[in-house]
Design a protein around this ligand. Structure first.
Ligand code: GLN
Length: 200
């Protein structure tokens, strides 16, 4: 059987870790640098990294690539999963900033909301439908501070959302690719399969 091919935006960030995770759950990873490469993938991961860097790239080299990602997500319902910086890229608004994003998901994020790099931490969090907690790694993570009606909240803390889905879009403020636990990537795989079946 042909494997589902999942692109990983490879402009910046932890691409190799996502690739390994995808291979572990029998998906084919494909680093994406050029716009043409988007045409052969079934879904896309936007990894963690630094959103201000992507912003700078968006002004120059990567503008067309990012536009095409947005178009594919909107018109072709391409599943897109953003981790950490990727969740910022998916968000419709970034608190206190006019930073450019893909503006696809009805969420508001607050960047670097837990403090500087050294305030990075790991926490066991509850995920909807999962009997066991998930070991989530937060690295200069954003908080999702609010979400619209169409957004399904899959994990939340006291004052923030850690994981959310809106139709073909998935966001986590943590980094599942840095753990050995494949459950979040498997959840995304389930989303991709569901959407591919609907597309027929
Ligand atoms: N702090 C980064 C930003 O705001 C995100 C960090 C990450 O992806 N680990 O862009």
């Amino acid at each position: 059987m042909v494997k589902i091919k999942v692109g990983i935006l490879a402009l910046q960030g932890d691409v190799a870790e996502h690739a390994k995770m995808l291979s572990n759950i029998d998906l084919e990873p494909a680093p994406i640098k050029y716009i043409e490469e988007l045409e052969s993938i079934d879904a896309l991961i936007i990894p963690g990294g630094e959103s201000t860097t992507i912003n700078r790239l968006a002004d120059y080299a990567a503008a067309a690539l990012l536009d095409r990602i947005k178009e594919k997500a909107l018109k072709e319902r391409m599943p897109v999963y953003g981790t950490c910086m990727g969740s910022i890229m998916l968000a419709k608004s970034v608190e206190g900033s006019n930073q450019k994003t893909l503006s696809l998901m009805d969420i508001t994020v607050s960047r670097n909301a837990y403090g500087p790099q050294k305030a990075s931490f790991e926490a066991d969090i509850a995920i909807k439908g999962e009997p066991l907690p998930y070991p989530a790694i937060f690295i200069r993570a954003p908080r999702i501070v609010s979400a619209g009606e169409d957004v399904e909240i899959l994990s939340r803390g006291e004052n923030e959302i850690f994981m959310a889905r809106q139709k073909n879009l998935l966001a986590t403020t943590f980094h599942p690719e840095l753990t050995e636990d494949t459950r979040i990537h498997e959840f995304f795989k389930g989303m991709i399969e569901e959407i591919l079946v609907k597309k027929g």
